[in-house]
Write a protein that binds this ligand. Sequence first.
Ligand SMILES: [Zn+2]
Length: 488
Amino acid sequence: MNRAHLSAVATLVAIFMSFLSSCTPVSKEKSRPIQEIIISEMRMEDTDEKEVTEPEPLIPPSLRTTVRVGILDEENDILFSFSGFYSIHSRGRQIFSRKRSLGIWRVTAQGSAIVLDNTTTGERFTTEDDVVFRPLYDDSFATVGRAVSGQNTGWENTRSRSYRGNIEFISISGRITVVNDVDIEDYVYGVVPSEMPSGAPMEALKAQAILARTNVFSKVGAKFRNKPYSLSSDVYSQVYTGIDHRNDRTDLATDLTKGLILTYDGRPAEALFHSTCGGHTEGNDVIWGSSRLPYLQPKPCCSPEKITAQNIGDLSREADFRRWIDSRPDSYCNLDNKNVSSHLDFARKFYRWEVRHRRRDLERIIRSTTGTDIGEIKDIIVTGRGTSGKAKAVRVEGSKRSITINRELNIRRQLSRPPLYSGNFYVQKLNMDNRGYAETFVFKGAGFGHGTGMCQVGAAGKASMGKNFREIIEFYFPGTKIMTVGEM
Ligand SMILES: [Zn+2]
């Protein structure tokens, strides 16, 4: 979503909010720059186990209608308001049957008690263990933000978001966790514009909506077992921003795929996605050390005819890989000659990229990211690559000692700050001194993200070539079946 769209949406939301309630604060969070969108990656859990055991759904998919999303975790001081009418409950009992909010509530923990102070009216009430706000009408919403110390009453500089569905404040060890228990389709409305620019082609947005919905069913019960929620609202699950970034196009993509999820063997699939594969996707086994799932096989991100033309070779071999990185193959995610919306322009720079570090700086970075002082860097050698060329292991040779970094995400995080866009890179040494040490290290790479599952920019590229969401999903998840939740 670009700034123009975001501001248009923000204006509409602001009008909508003020229409509903003059005392409801409008979210003060700034729109995210477009560069930050399509950067999150739906990831699996790292595992050393040889078998991936798919999580057992707690209840059958067809019976699940809502999902519990963690909004804030173990906070001391929260600001809250709601628009419209809500009933209020605690410990399973109703304490207000119909309440309309005036002003902003400050929510704090005192032992196991939760204290709500209305900073506008002076009203106060206290509950034990939890307090749940349930909207009485569909168009009601609640706004929640972390209070900023020294600012007791205003939303200024407070990162707040607005949500449909129930809002729960739960006291855990003297701190408060906030959960949004929300209808699954409302959740998907809030994920799609957070994970893909709204200007992306409609068929790509529809594919993204199906993946977002699938992740409710494949991830519930798999993570956060010690938390009162099933998914987080950040990149550790998939980004969910409530109603703040909703817009007509991503809402339409959600509506047109209502109830559809990706399945394999009759069960919800691992609906992984990433920004840009760089021309070749990767198997989940290379990224997470788990066994490879049948529908997450590495493959060129292009049509079969292009595969022969590109003469890819074996990307796990250094010579072939370097030749591949130094070229710009005509893949679905190469936007060079594609007629896609300018909303995707920012993604062009991820197709092929270069990150340079002076050796001295890199020594400092690696010391801080690994906690090891290796001395002066002599060399950085990728010692293992996956099918797409993703680095699986890197040896950093230093004057004091050498270290090996394993796993794609560790490698990306430990070799650069900010982390490298992907594990698809080779290292070039420049300006050798008379001792044989390079003055500069250059990481030459391709793509953004782990490269497993759906390549989002590739999905947009395919859609721009006339492919529909079913063809996009069949390409990136071969052998899976799109089913409606009701069928399961
Ligand atoms: Zn791709």
